[in-house]
Design a protein around this ligand. Structure first.
Ligand code: GRF
Length: 196
């Protein structure tokens, strides 16, 4: 299965999936990374691992629809079969959603539907989890549709919230779970154990 990544930041999930492919654990081919930041760590990683790296953003395409089309074209031209969002901080356009219906997955650092939606990204999520006094949190892989964090849940990994946890310590343990959960979910999609 040919994978196309979209990431705005450091790309540690992208790297975890690439490594899983290289080790043979995951029978998939990482092909390209698209980022809305020209200096994103995820694009550096793409170059390091010999994947195609594209900076596509409002800087390269000021018109939102032409940006959406450019992203879709890059995925189609490279025969991407699964679009993997990993910390991509922009809304997905209608062209990409239409062309890759039920073929776009995302990772979110909480047990959705809890702590999802507007403003729930990065450290905010873990701060909200601690403020709410939750006993457990985790990560969720879900299908992407037009509404943020609302697509069908595919798999979740749980993490216990410890009494002395800070948002930062929690973020670290959730991220470690993400790095196992994301390759495992893709593996199960390929095996047909998880249906999209
Ligand atoms: C992860 O915590 C993921 O759950 C969220 O964005 C973060 C991306 O981290 N969607 P990284 O760039 O993969 O390190």
């Amino acid at each position: 299965m040919r994978l196309g990544f979209m990431a705005s930041g450091r790309g540690s999930n992208v790297e975890a999936i690439i490594k899983s492919c290289l080790s043979g654990e995951l029978n998939a081919q990482p092909v390209l990374v698209i980022s809305n930041h020209g200096d994103a760590g995820a694009l550096e990683l793409a170059k390091h691992y010999d994947l195609e790296a594209f900076h596509l953003s409002s800087k390269t395409h000021p018109d939102p629809e032409s940006l959406d089309i450019a992203i879709t074209d890059a995925m189609v031209e490279h025969q991407i079969e699964l679009v993997v969002l990993a910390g991509y901080m922009r809304k997905i356009g209608q062209h990409l959603l239409g062309r890759f219906e039920n073929r776009i997955i995302n990772i979110h650092p909480s047990l959705l539907p809890k702590f999802g939606g507007k403003g729930m990204y990065g450290i905010n999520v873990h701060q909200a989890v601690i403020a709410a006094g939750e006993q457990e949190t985790g990560a969720t892989i879900h299908l992407v549709n037009a509404e943020y964090d609302k697509g069908k849940i595919l798999q979740q990994g749980k993490v216990k919230v410890l009494p002395d946890d800070t948002a930062e310590s929690l973020a670290k343990r959730v991220l470690a779970v993400e790095h196992v959960l994301y390759p495992d979910t893709i593996k199960k999609i390929i095996a047909g154990e998880i249906k999209l």
